[in-house]
Ligand binder design. Structure first.
Ligand code: ADP
Ligand code: MG
Length: 374
């Protein structure tokens, strides 16, 4: 899968651009704040329907203009598809081959993207929310049904939190919780079951990659930690649901007095250990970086195994930050297989890159192609 061409109009600081890409490597060079990330963001938008930087589409419109428009040609399984995305401040219009898409979940699955930026170190260093987001985005892109359940689940958590507060204040009776518990445990156990399956796969993939980067010296392990209690991959969805229900029964007073839903996939985490040591708490900076890189590469391999095709990879300001070993490791994974967009402030830090690529310079939202075929 690759982006063959993209046309941008009034997108962020890019007034207009019409770019054709290499199916393998594309490099964007420019000083800070010139629009490199904006270009990557527009590609990300095509895959997921939302920006990775803002959830307010209004921010994407060039200041002083009243709409933005993106149109792209994607090659997927040797077929060309056209995806367009327009927003005028009130209405979002997404089309695939000229057919309107009404729900974001229907867009997901056409183009898969993986983005890796400096903030992704948070995946290892940050709080559980970053690891939940990693899992949710990964699974949603290859499984629209999961995304659908996740949206419903989040809605249920919100409603249930409201009810818990009202019960605490004596405005509602405890019995009303029953219905919400049913929905919470039903949807929640589906999400957890799926996450367990996916973590099992990513665990294996990430460990292999990690071993290669560390010359076999380090052993990375991923473990899904659930707030509902001890669970395992061998359990059925029904068994997980039962554990969840029991937890809610036991903790009912606690949840009411706190006025929030304390248990379920929205409170779960992914434990990362290297040689048995928690990388988040005790890993060195280098170990944390390597772990983040291994997770990202595992994400690519996981998507490939689910979709039959590699996703598009966006490397925003990270390639130049890697040391020589990690750079070559990464290049080995992507070369001739994965269409990759790399941004950097200078060309020197990309000297390891050879073979076919297209090079673009970007200055104040103006993109100029400097090198590459055609
Ligand atoms: N809606 C917008 N309209 C015009 N300019 C914008 C808009 N949103 C962001 N910008 C500008 O885009 C630039 C940042 O672009 P970015 O892609 O993040 O830069 P970088 O090249 O460092 O990755 C900043 O100068 C910012 O002011
Ligand atoms: Mg940037």
């Amino acid at each position: 899968m690759y982006v063959k061409r993209i046309y941008l109009k009034n997108y962020r600081n890019i007034k207009e651009a019409d770019l054709s890409f290499d199916s393998s490597l594309n490099l964007f060079i420019g000083a800070n704040a010139q629009g490199k990330t904006n270009i990557l963001e527009s590609i990300y938008l095509l895959g997921t329907g939302t920006s990775h930087r803002t959830n307010r589409d209004i921010n994407l419109i060039h200041w002083g203009k009243d709409y933005f428009y993106i149109k792209s040609s994607i090659i997927k399984r040797n077929r060309e598809i056209t995806i367009s995305f327009g927003y005028d401040g009130s209405k979002k219009e997404i089309k695939v081959d000229n057919n309107p898409i009404h729900r974001i979940s229907d867009l997901m699955g056409y183009v898969n993207v993986v983005i890796f930026s400096p903030e992704d170190l948070q995946l290892v260093k940050g709080g559980p929310i970053f690891r939940r987001r990693f899992l949710n985005l990964d699974i949603s892109q290859v499984n629209p049904y999961y995304f659908h359940n996740l949206q419903k689940y989040n809605q249920v958590v919100k409603q249930r939190n409201l009810l818990l507060k009202e019960i605490r204040e004596g405005k509602k009776v405890v019995d009303l919780l029953f219905v919400w518990n049913q929905q919470l445990t039903d949807l929640g156990s589906r999400l957890i079951k799926k996450r367990l399956e996916v973590v099992e796969k990513i665990d294996i993939l990430a460990r292999l990659v990690h071993r290669r980067i560390t010359d076999g010296r380090e052993n990375l392990k991923l473990k899904y930690e659930s707030s509902i209690g001890e669970i395992s991959n061998q359990m059925t969805r029904e068994e997980i649901k039962e554990i969840f229900e029991n937890r809610l029964k036991k903790e009912q007073e606690n949840e009411i007095s706190r006025g929030v839903s304390l248990f379920g996939p929205h409170r779960d985490d992914l434990e990362l250990t290297v040689n048995g040591i928690n990388v988040r708490q005790f890993g060195s900076q280098g170990q944390q970086r390597t772990t983040a890189l291994a997770l990202k590469i595992a994400e690519l391999e996981y998507m490939k195994s689910e979709m039959g095709e590699y996703p598009i990879l966006l490397l925003d300001d990270v390639f130049s930050e890697l040391d020589a070993v990690r750079k070559s490791q990464l290049l080995e994974v992507i070369r001739d297989k994965i269409q990759t967009f790399i941004t950097s402030t200078d060309l020197d830090s990309l000297e390891e890159i050879n073979g076919k690529y297209r090079l673009f310079y970007i200055n104040d939202g103006q993109v100029v192609q400097k090198k590459g075929s055609e």
